[in-house]
Design a protein around this ligand. Sequence first.
Ligand SMILES: [Fe+2]
Ligand SMILES: [Fe+2]
Length: 203
Amino acid sequence: MEYNSLFLSRTSFGDPRNLGKILTREEAKMLLDDWVKNEKLKVHMKQVGHLMKVFATLKGFDDLTVQKWYLAGLLHDADWDQWPEQHCKRIIGELEAREIDPEVIRAIASHGPRYFGVEPEHEIDKMLYAFDELSGFVHAYSLMRPEGYTGMEVKGVKKRLKDKTFAAQVSREDIADASSRAGIPVEELIQFVISNQGAADLG
Ligand SMILES: [Fe+2]
Ligand SMILES: [Fe+2]
């Protein structure tokens, strides 16, 4: 795949008139089940959705905002399974057609600035970018530990990050870039994922 073949080549997403319009949990789950057949990818999306939800809740955001954060996390890779060459153009188009809140769409559009050519601007954008790769990485680490998340330490995760052969597809560069853009040290992000990811509802 060409490096910049996924570039979205635009910076405006959705319609401001749709602010506050989100999918219900049932609608989001239907979309997910419809589009994503790969169970591993589903787990990833649910985990990122969960991290986004917990982070927004701890920030004290209102219910609607928490739901927006959750939705952005839950649906960010919805088109990756069936249309990888159209990632994340397809899910953006779908959410625009369904007249969903532009802030949710923008967050999804900027979850990989190197790939989509859209800069994370708002906090929701930056945190989705920050959690995306790290979530998958910590999950991979949990699967190789007999105790899973129990007793997992930041230094254990950092050691694996230095080992380039472990979860080699996870971009260390993106993890570092996302952490600096979010203004949160990578150790803190790792601790947040360790503390919260195990409780994600994967049903
Ligand atoms: Fe993605
Ligand atoms: Fe992802």
